[in-house]
Design a protein around this ligand. Structure first.
Ligand code: 5FU
Length: 250
């Protein structure tokens, strides 16, 4: 029998970070644990996807450096409007992996100015505890383990990465394919209902499996939604599958 997990309401009772609290509040209000990954190449596709899937997601995950026609006014301003309209948060999957000073520059400068708009970001913790200090105005989701075949994030690495994540006040959770302590929110990519891999190293699990086995908090779905014939219907499908899998794990 599967071990019981804390509900979102129970996690909200103890969560301190404002970003963690808003994620949990949004999950409860919209009855969704789905994060759609918008790995599209144009602003028009990004905004179209955000408007379609917005009602069904707790957050939209971006790789903003994939957008070929990025412009702060025409990409970010309407994206923020859509986030407000549909009540979802913005997660930039930047996977910072450098010294603190460089990460600080990458976070706030260059053309993307991530600190101006992202609610939370992903970061490797390979640069050590102090490298995460620059993210004080957002939440950090620490990369503990990756979903791809042959990843170097072995058990020893993950144990050390987890220590950094657990001790740093800017960290709200982790990306992992393993269960992590319940005081951190768990974000799990590599989720698909239909596929087991992509031929490029990605490995997929079903929503049922990641809730039953990992007690994850949020599922991250990219191609299963944005490549679907009807992204809105696909998002609704994943929303329902994720929510049912969550309630079954309680
Ligand atoms: F940290 C990770 C990881 O371990 N696996 C991932 O797949 C992040 N990802 C991201 O989730 C990846 O960069 C994509 O943006 C997304 C998964 O997309 P897919 O199309 O559902 O495979």
């Amino acid at each position: 029998e599967d071990k019981k997990r804390l509900s979102y309401a129970q996690k909200l009772d103890v969560a301190e970070h404002s970003v963690a609290r808003r994620l949990l509040e949004t999950a409860i209000a919209k009855q969704t644990n789905l994060i759609a990954s918008a790995d599209v190449m144009t602003t028009a596709e990004l905004l179209d996807l955000a408007d379609k899937v917005g009602p069904h997601i707790v957050a939209l995950k971006t790789h903003i450096d994939i957008i070929t026609d990025f412009d702060p006014d025409s990409t970010i301003l309407p994206l923020k409007d859509l986030a407000a309209k549909h009540n979802f948060m913005l997660m930039e999957d930047r996977k910072f992996a450098d010294i603190g000073n460089t990460q600080e520059l990458q976070f706030s400068y260059g053309i993307y100015k991530i600190s101006n708009w992202a609610d939370f970001v992903t970061s490797q913790v390979i640069g050590g505890y102090d490298s995460l200090n620059c993210f004080r105005n957002v939440g950090v989701v620490a990369i503990l383990g990756m979903s791809s075949k042959g990843t170097l994030t072995d058990a020893a690495y993950q144990a050390e990465a987890l220590k950094v994540a657990q001790s740093h006040p800017n960290v709200i959770g982790g990306v992992s394919q393993k269960q992590i302590p319940e005081e951190l929110l768990l974000f799990t990519p590599g989720v698909s209902i239909a596929e087991t891999g992509d031929g490029k190293g990605q490995q997929y699990n079903t929503p049922e499996k990641v809730f039953a086995d990992l007690q994850t908090d949020f599922i991250i779905v990219g191609r299963g939604i944005y490549k679907a014939d009807h992204p809105e219907a696909a998002a609704l499908n994943y929303k329902i599958a994720g929510w049912n899998a969550y309630t079954a794990s309680l």
